[in-house]
Design a protein around this ligand. Structure first.
Ligand SMILES: [Zn+2]
Ligand SMILES: [Zn+2]
Length: 253
């Protein structure tokens, strides 16, 4: 399985528009972070996790010409705003399968009503095939995906375990029974916003404590704010098996 980090930034991305913060002005490509998303590939399957406002650029940068579906973690704009840009995939492949909690599908239907209409659809509008995720395993291609139920302040968020790989973002709290579902993963991706605490995201300390409970071989941090600091400096302070992810990083599991 190959995973590509399409974006590793928090909701505004890095640089933030108009910001003179040193991290926003950094020339290190690892300090430039698009909105959070990942591409997961195995055998001939290609799935995207979340479809934020940078989706088009992410697909172009990584030469993605076919997707088998999109998994949504939750309905926040930095995770869904790029849905219209599935059009080139829709033109080639037909309706694009999307997987999400019923609440998230309802939100998408409100926001992108023209995508979901079945009658008298505007020519050129994309189409999707909806799949409801409940907190039970579901099939994706030839794989069983285990949803991981987490909370982002009041908002429910799904993380996903695909065999030895697990991807969680926008987590603030998670029950022990859900952490148990992550036991034995080789690679864990989890959000870490910055050092200071935040009402709806793990900060660095909380993310590290969570990783130490799950005990993966390696962990990658994502959904990073410019307040976290320079990539190179933060990486040097992290424990041995924990890495800051960066845009276009590829890992094989
Ligand atoms: Zn987010
Ligand atoms: Zn969010």
């Amino acid at each position: 399985m190959k995973v590509t980090f399409l974006g590793t930034g928090t909701s505004q991305g890095i640089p933030v528009i108009g910001s003179n913060h040193p991290v926003c002005l950094s020339l290190d490509p690892k300090d430039k972070r698009l909105r959070v998303s990942a591409l997961v590939e195995w055998n001939d399957y290609t799935y995207v996790i979340d479809c934020g406002p940078d989706f088009r650029q992410q697909m172009l940068t990584n030469n993605v010409s076919k997707i088998d579906g999109i998994l949504f973690t939750h309905e926040h704009s930095d995770h869904v705003a790029g849905l219209d840009d599935i059009r080139p995939f829709f033109f080639n492949q037909g309706d694009i399968p999307i997987y999400a909690h019923q609440r998230v599908l309802d939100t998408l239907r409100n926001r992108f009503e023209y995508v979901f209409v079945t009658e008298d659809k505007y020519p050129g509008a994309p189409g999707v095939k909806e799949h409801v995720i409940e907190n039970t395993p579901f099939k994706l291609g030839d794989l069983d995906v285990v949803p991981i139920n987490t909370f982002h302040n009041r908002v429910q968020v799904f993380g996903f375990r695909l065999n030895q790989f697990a991807y969680l973002t926008d987590v603030k709290t998670i029950e022990d029974s859900e952490i148990d579902k992550l036991k034995g993963v080789k690679v864990l991706v989890v959000n870490a916003l910055r050092e200071k605490p935040h009402h709806s995201h793990f900060n660095l300390e909380e993310a590290i404590a969570f990783i130490q409970k799950v005990k993966p071989q390696k962990a990658y941090l994502t959904h990073i704010s410019h307040y976290m600091g320079f990539h190179e400096e933060v990486q040097q302070r992290l424990p041995d098996n924990i890495y800051l992810a960066y845009d276009n990083l590829q890992i094989t599991i």
